[in-house]
Design a protein around this ligand. Structure first.
Ligand SMILES: [Zn+2]
Ligand SMILES: [Zn+2]
Length: 262
């Protein structure tokens, strides 16, 4: 059975500093989900657990756990389960921005390994494609080495990039054997792999590099979930096209689906 497009597990609310759109409310997102017959959605605002893991980073210092909790309680409906999650981060010293006790208070935790636009925080800044290719795999290994509740965690937008072509070229430099190795580890740990690609990225110049990691992930048994990463209602119109294209290109079935907690 074809992978059902019945969820969106990466959504920002108006609380995320990079959203800052008053229309991005829980009520509007619930409506978005109902109109598309989704059964599960999740708020994943940017979050660094500042009270327990101090940071001086400008972007994260005030986007702490207590701050994103302002979304609670989330509205629910008969058809849609609205989960409370977060998009935390992994800094250049391989520190994850969420404490153990906080993990117990969220339904889902997504971790971006490639927020490489945040030079000085997640990386040195200005790395070459060769360096990024090594760094993203090193960060992936470091995360998988940790003792974490992987059954309720996902790797956010592995092949999407705020550093554009520099990162896409990096993806093309990662050897097939490395992709197989790292995603085999991910499959073994049970962490979900997010599908988050834009239509223009799945059809453009770098499409092979952008899609390759997911083909390897599928081959070695990883499970996938869909995440739109929408920060404002402006991009809602493209979501179903993006999700359908990703599912079709990868030929996903319901067996390939990541279920939180399973
Ligand atoms: Zn992100
Ligand atoms: Zn995001």
């Amino acid at each position: 059975m074809r992978f059902k497009i019945d969820h969106d597990l990466h959504i920002h609310s108006k609380l995320s500093f990079c959203s800052n759109n008053p229309e991005q409310t829980a009520e509007n997102i619930l409506k978005y989900a109902e109109e598309r017959n989704f059964s599960t959605i999740c708020f994943t605002d940017h979050m660094w657990d500042t009270a327990r893991i101090p940071t001086k980073d400008d972007f994260y210092e005030n986007q702490c756990f207590e701050y994103i909790c302002q979304s609670l309680p989330l509205p629910q409906s008969d058809k849609v389960k609205f989960l409370f999650g977060c998009e935390t981060d992994f800094n250049k010293d391989f520190v994850l921005g969420i404490a153990k006790e906080t993990m117990e208070k969220v339904d889902f935790i997504i971790v971006p390994l490639n927020h490489f636009h945040m030079g000085g925080f997640t990386c040195r800044g200005g790395e070459s494609s060769e360096e990024l290719a090594e760094l993203v795999i090193k960060r992936f290994d470091a995360l998988l080495d940790m003792d974490l509740p992987f059954e309720k965690m996902g790797i956010a937008h592995f092949s999407d990039a705020c550093v554009e072509s520099r990162y896409y070229r990096a993806l093309a430099l990662i050897p097939d054997s490395e992709y197989r190795r790292i995603f085999s580890r991910a499959a073994e740990k049970g962490i979900g792999i997010e599908l988050n690609m834009e239509v223009e990225h799945m059809t453009g110049e770098y499409k092979d590099a952008i899609l390759a990691p997911y083909f390897f992930a599928k081959e070695v048994g990883c499970k996938f979930y869909l995440g739109s990463d929408i920060h404002s209602p402006r991009r809602i119109g493209q979501v179903m096209d993006r999700f359908n294209m990703a599912v079709d290109l990868l030929g996903l079935t319901e067996d390939d689906k990541f279920i939180i907690g399973k």
